[in-house]
Design a protein around this ligand. Sequence first.
Ligand SMILES: [Zn+2]
Length: 149
Amino acid sequence: MFYTTLPMPSLTPELLDNFPYSQYADPQSIQRGRAYFKDGRAWNVEIINDRKAICFVDGETGEYEVTIEVGKKSGALSLDCNCPYAEAHFCKHMIAAALAVSEYLKEEMFPWKIMMPLLFHLLHLPPAATGKANSRKLSPLHRANQRPI
Ligand SMILES: [Zn+2]
């Protein structure tokens, strides 16, 4: 058995969504990066490990490779692209890739977000009642008890 006791930094949709892009990229690059993502130009996400992902983005003059990585110790997000503009700037390909990787990770995690609470719910039920639990619906009475916050 192997247990990790220290929380390891990993690449999450939250980390990608909360990154301060506007501090590094100019508004035009952000706008164009978002348009690239919507047009499906960031088309191939490869998860290398829990801290690193690669995404290919179709640019105007060729296909570029964006690497997104989380620092092992720092937990800081770093993005890199092999286009010429990225040598001195935060490019639109990085924006498009960050959006694509975030969406990819959300889809990956989606089944677990539903399965885990359901699993715990089922484990606490007596075996004879599990069959009924699936068809149980919220009655109007239960709904009335849920007060709006
Ligand atoms: Zn680029």
